[in-house]
Design a binder for this molecule. Sequence first.
Ligand code: EPU
Length: 336
Amino acid sequence: METYKNYSLKELNSFNLNVRAKIFSIIRSIKDVRELLTMDCFQDNRHLILGEGNNILFTKNFDGLIIRPGIMDFKVIKETAGYVTIKAGAGNNWNAFVAICMARQYWGLENLSLIPGSVGSAPIQNIGAYGVEAKDTIELVEGIDISTGELLRLSNNECEFGYRSSIFKTSLKDKIMVTSVHFKLSKYPNPKLEYGPLKERFKDNPSPDIFSISTFIIETRMSKLPNPDKLGNAGSFFKNPVIPLEEFRGQEDLHPGMPHYPAGDGLEKIPAGWLIEQCGWKGKRLGNVGVYPEHALVIVNYGNATGREVFEFSEKIRHSVKEKFGIRLEREVVVV
Ligand code: EPU
């Protein structure tokens, strides 16, 4: 385990904010976690578990202990003719992990190519894109109960996955440190082409190879979403609001052409990007902060913004959407 004081988080938050942590610790094994739990720096400070910092907005320095899971293993733990189960350590980079699975022709994660972040963060917010969510392939999540040091194994069902949500964001929030995730992947080609642009791209080829799908996803992401290494951002800042069908009908009468997608159980999902664009925010910049010109759901740091500025800017957007549509946007990004 490595522990540092007054540690810069500039490289560890994708908004590229210049913030520091009072204490910063990297854990490399379950033994490290258990050791850390007994240490004064853990007992005497509030703590935060931080993956690669792609979904977080620091509004100030963190006056406590930041724990970075650095468990890096990758193991095939079960294999049949059709499936393989992989155990991947929480510290693995998500995109690198996806690339290894694809190189071995293990299907299931290709639509999630190029999502920034770590394997350990994937189940927490149930990352999703282009018609696939992490929950579709997660079999089991292993983590340490921070109050007891006990290793817990939660099945897919026990993780209570939802849209950008899981039990790790609700009743087990801040109680479990995810140490590894088990993914069940198909050894047979299993393309998931339901998302509109994918369906269109492969309409003449219903059986594309894994890399053709991944390449299309990567190109799509790169055309719409800014690269955090060049322009600080945390992907979608807000979740897409989900409202009852009846309420949606009322919205549609007032705002003809409002896009929407069925979200099951008599609910409709409305793209927050559309709501924000309709309020005139797309491409708008105030000082150091702005809305990305190619995608209204992404807030960017043009260089020297503070976390406070980004937060205040996001609240202005929220306020506009509430005023115009009466819809309350919920943040996807975690504000600290
Ligand atoms: N739209 C606009 N203006 C915009 C952007 C979008 O009107 O500037 C409307 C359009 O109607 C468009 C629709 O929003 O058809 C959907 O846009 P997009 O396909 O880009 O998807 P999204 O709903 O904005 C979600 C995820 C993304 C994920 C994409 C692709 C959330 C909060 N975001 O975005 O995930 O990559 O779908 O599947 O669910 C992330 O979570 O950080 C993220 C980038």
